[in-house]
Write a protein that binds this ligand. Structure first.
Ligand SMILES: [Zn+2]
Length: 477
């Protein structure tokens, strides 16, 4: 099968090196790599409506977790009821109102999966839907891929979340994942037709095979099979930790490497890029927007290695972001980041966003999402430029000197958490939302006092209401 990925520039030959590439699917926006894939919640970019995504952001690729949609029995799932106008049309694309040229990547679980109370079984993965926990069988998953038709499928993997798996469990993880990859690629590409494209449309989703977050030796047989028998049917690799970048065999180095991990800071992303990562999911973009925190860093590529030496190191590292809940911004009428070309910075100022946050007005999160995604777009563009200039290593060192190594702590309250996000996996875990009705406790006390006073309370009877002068009780009753 044709691999939709080409390396444009690599800082050195072989696998473990930063590289600039192009991921191009027919009729879709090309993705220049390294880059990030935007995380969605139920198919939507959180806080941004599709028209704003189209007009005010550069978002062109979406990661969708199937578990977001599994809140009913499979036969009555709304996403599967969407009519197709031709057999290759994507029901998922129609359902989430994604643009025709957005790259749609579907995984069984969300980019930040919640730990499930159930364990995975021999032929199913435990998931958490908005209606509770569930197990998704591999055969059902394959059927849904067939019906939903995303552009790229992240293969089923038996992953252990929330604990370190023992030796026996690790063996099972590899055996099951190996079997899933074999069965899925057989199912998807069983027909001998050209599965990649006919020049205009992708007929079958491309398959990204998972690499388990285990050591090389533990998944040796699986990796060998990926290099050999499975190789023609695999179009990319999905990785769950940075260490996996080091165990990818050389013969698979022409496949795009998609890290579905949770980097904490941009410095961590840079380290993964240096190891050859091409695509990322970056949960901190949305998490910081929810926390009222605006990204404020710039990666600066040097034009030449000589120019690199001239870069000055600041006396104290600068913060990577700042907290717009802070009262000091209440009268600050400059853009979020000076010189930022995003819609939020062009049209509004810090004081306005501080006000929106204080008022719990959801426009605050929309504007922060636009800005934070834009900062990451600029970051990756500069990273690609730096690799092309062959100054990446020095530019990373300079970035690490220039900025603090952690984001500021969230101080303000984000939007109220709903559905699966509010799921508490352990008995000792605190509730995710602060009680919203705490301040009504005073009112309850007042109501109690009013039993003897002249104020009527909701729990009174007809006599009580009459006594308080609301209405007269009818004699007929
Ligand atoms: Zn901005």
């Amino acid at each position: 099968m044709k691999i939709p990925f080409a390396t444009v520039h690599a800082s050195s030959p072989g696998g473990l090196a930063a590289r600039v590439g192009k991921f191009v699917l027919p009729n879709r926006k090309p993705i220049q790599t390294p880059h990030y894939i935007t995380i969605t919640s139920r198919g939507a970019v959180p806080h941004i409506s599709p028209d704003i995504v189209r007009n005010s952001t550069s978002i062109g690729s979406l990661y969708v977790g199937l578990e977001d949609f599994l809140d009913k029995a499979p036969q009555s799932l709304p996403v599967l009821q969407i009519p197709q106008s031709h057999p290759h049309e994507s029901r998922l694309r129609k359902f989430i109102a994604a643009q025709d040229d957005d790259v749609l990547i579907l995984g069984a679980r969300r980019a930040q999966p919640v730990i499930t109370p159930q364990s995975n079984t021999a032929d199913a993965v435990a998931v958490i839907t908005s209606a509770g926990s569930w197990v998704l069988e591999h055969t059902k998953w394959l059927d849904m891929i067939h019906k939903l038709r995303p552009d790229v499928v992240i293969g089923f993997a038996d992953l252990a979340y929330g604990h370190t798996p023992g030796v026996k469990r690790r063996e099972k993880m590899v055996d099951r994942t190996h079997a899933y990859t074999r069965d899925a690629t057989r199912y998807l590409y069983s027909e001998s037709t050209d599965t990649s494209d006919n020049g205009s449309e992708l007929k079958t989703p491309l398959y990204f095979a998972p690499i388990l977050p285990l050591e090389n030796t533990q998944q040796g047989l699986y990796l060998e099979d990926l290099e050999d028998e499975l190789r023609p049917r695999v179009s990319g690799l999905a990785l769950y930790e940075s260490a996996s970048l080091a165990i990818i065999p050389d013969s698979l180095s022409d496949l795009p490497r998609f890290c579905i991990s949770e980097p904490w800071v941009p410095q961590e992303i840079l380290r993964d890029v240096a190891l050859g990562a091409d695509l990322f999911t970056i949960p901190f973009i949305g998490d910081l927007s929810n926390g009222g925190i605006a990204l404020d860093f710039i990666f600066t590529p040097s034009a030449t290695p000589e120019q690199q030496n001239e870069k000055r190191t600041p006396s104290a590292p600068k913060p990577l972001a700042f907290d717009l809940w802070n009262k000091s911004y209440s009268t600050d009428i400059v853009p979020i980041s000076e010189g930022c070309q995003c819609y939020a910075c062009q049209k509004h100022h810090r004081a306005y966003i501080h006000h929106l946050l204080s008022a719990k007005e959801m426009l605050a999160w929309s504007l922060l999402q636009i800005h934070n995604h834009h900062v990451m777009d600029q970051f990756f563009e500069a990273v690609r430029q730096s690799i092309t200039n062959d100054t990446f290593e020095a530019d990373v060192a300079s970035f690490e000197r220039e900025y603090e190594s952690a984001f500021p702590k969230q101080t303000g309250q984000g939007p109220r958490i709903r559905g699966y996000s509010s799921y508490v996996s352990g008995a000792g875990e605190a509730k995710r939302n602060a009680p919203a009705y705490g301040r009504l406790n005073d009112a309850i006390e007042k109501y109690a006092e009013s039993q003897q006073s002249s104020v009527a309370t909701p729990d009174t009877n007809a006599e009580g209401l009459e006594r308080h002068g609301f209405a007269e009780k009818s004699a007929d009753l």
